[in-house]
Ligand binder design. Sequence first.
Ligand code: SF4
Length: 383
Amino acid sequence: MDSRRIADIWGPCTPHSAGTPWPRRVDQFLIDGVGEADVDTWVRGACLLCSNGCGLEVAVRDGRMVGVRGRAEDRVNHGRLGPKGLYGWQGEQHDRLTTPLIREGGRLVETDWETAMNRVVERSRALLDSKGPLSHAFYTSGQLTIEEYYTLAVIGKAGVGTPHMDGNTRLCTANAASPAGTRSPNNRNSRSPQSPSNASRPETGPRRRPSTRPPHRSAPSTRSVTERHRLMHLVTYLGFQHTSEATLAGSFTVVSEGHTGDADVHWAAARFARQCAAHSQALDPVLARLDAPDEPAPERLHVQGITTARPGPAGLLRDLLDLYQLANLVDITWHLVAQAGSALRDHELLHAVDTCSAQTAAQLDWLRMRMKTAAPQTLLVAT
Ligand code: SF4
């Protein structure tokens, strides 16, 4: 095997200035004894070995894989491949899993594929019947082929119906494209315990780590294409939540002032209105700090508040129901934002979410209780 790229993991430099196109450089490796003229066909694909997914083509001869080369037109790598992409596929040439194992009486015993797969199907059916789709989760290797990933997605999402699917391409090599030197302030502590080995160094396929470039060269901004783009949808949802909390505050105020005869509603709704206004303000510094491109909110991502309180007991119940729907939307959005905040390890955002989501949950509890209390008298009109 040609091992030059193991000694020189980045390969030849292709310096360029900011604002100029990133030069193409097609890296190629063919096994010993095979030249380009011997290749029957080149098949388009992508490297599986980290989350960059560098574009490559697979060299095929006599139905066997004999090499790879980068795809010059691929926007991730412009033809470059790191040592893993160039050589790693050779480790998958041999079928290492030859015999399935099933557990019998607490011991793993060898069996045939038919028996093993039937066992998986039986157990899955029983779990789906008794507990539903969320009883299933898939955590997969990063070394599947594109076709295998596709099949897995069809089984997991279209078949079983679970959202719990992840692979070590996202966790183990989560920082592959974004080395420590390029992180934004809110993400500078992201030496994730889930990605210990690659946390401080990027993979070698796409481009040289900016901090290792000779100082006279103007490095393209990795931050601008990774961090800012990565945050784009989070910022959209934070903006949505900012508006939703303000809308909910206004709606609580309308209900408070429109139902002064129901003292408990009047005072509770006024208190909740103040909370929601504070929730909206709590997002101001987070939104100001996150450096992401503006994206117009998707057409259907909006909330409509209560502008006029409805009169009477039936009107109150409907107003409370509207508030409940609004608060539910706010509640689930806090949960979504919390997931992103955890992934980013953004402590300021997580602190805001903790405080606000707890109060939103308490608002929902109160609204549910108040509607249940009002329902018998309101729904069963005396004749
Ligand atoms: S950086 Fe290396 S391992 Fe990652 S996808 Fe590109 S070639 Fe494969």
